[in-house]
Design a protein around this ligand. Structure first.
Ligand SMILES: Nc1ncnc2c1ncn2[C@@H]1O[C@H](COP(=O)(O)OP(=O)(O)O)[C@@H](O)[C@H]1O
Ligand SMILES: [Mg+2]
Length: 227
């Protein structure tokens, strides 16, 4: 389970998260929406141990991840794909994957290739010469090399053409269903994300304005009222 308990966090005098709580079963798929500045990235950073909250905690399998280091959290099975294309542009696809898995099992690369045939075809290609969509696939593959139980994604569809967005979203479902990895997907593209997540949280000024099922939100014609 992943449980966020009454999280309050910010930067100096600024409060970015104000009493945020949520609860996810292992293998759940959550979408996190909200305007710019709503606190979405801060929530991911707290879960990852990259921002220390003022109060509250995040429990993953009874460890408080907010109080731990990022490195410890990665070892315990939390992976984070920050916004943008987080690959080493001058290294090959294969080198990127192996570096990401250095502290884990490098042979897992074969399973990543099974999930992403496009990466297998391009294993010797320089990562920086691939398209944005391919680099996003590589970033996902690199995160998987750390064998996560939870995968946190910060706006994975940013800058991608609609057809590529659908492809990335489908891969996320594959990762979830085939590997049992739980997903927390922060997104601006609400319609595309609602198709692949089960639960949704909408943040507004650092507070939870909506928490419920994706189906409930998708059926709501005035869902923007929570933004
Ligand atoms: N490193 C930082 N230093 C100071 N303020 C920050 C920093 N990162 C984010 N903020 C502020 O915290 C609030 C929440 O930001 P963020 O979590 O990035 O929101 P979102 O990801 O939803 O756009 C915003 O007001 C933002 O300006
Ligand atoms: Mg953000």
């Amino acid at each position: 389970m992943l449980q966020v308990h009454n999280l309050i966090a910010g930067y100096g005098p600024l409060t970015a998260l104000n009493d945020v709580s949520l609860s996810l079963q292992a293998g759940a798929r959550l979408g996190v929406f909200g305007h710019n500045g709503a606190g979405k990235t801060t929530l991911l950073r707290c879960i990852m141990g990259a921002v220390r909250p003022v109060s509250g905690r995040v429990e993953v399998d009874s460890n408080d991840t907010c109080a731990a280091t990022v490195a410890d959290n990665v070892r315990r099975g939390i992976a984070f794909v920050p916004q943008g294309h987080n690959v080493f542009p001058n290294l090959s696809v294969e080198q990127n994957l192996r570096i990401a898995g250095l502290l884990f099992d490098p042979s897992f690369v074969s399973q990543v290739y099974e999930l992403f045939p496009v990466l297998s075809e391009r294993r010797q290609q320089r990562a920086g010469s691939m398209s944005g969509g391919e680099q996003q696939m590589l970033a996902l593959g690199m995160a998987l090399m750390t064998r996560p139980k939870w995968l946190l994604l910060d706006e994975p569809s940013t800058g991608l053409a609609p057809v590529i967005v659908r492809n990335v979203m489908r891969r996320l479902v594959d990762i979830n269903e085939r590997m049992g990895v739980g997903l927390i997907v922060v997104e601006q593209n609400v319609p595309a994300t609602l198709k692949v997540v089960q639960q949704v949280v909408i943040l507004r000024s650092g507070q939870v304005a909506f928490a419920g099922s994706a189906a409930e939100l998708a059926g709501n014609t005035d869902l923007w009222k929570w933004f």
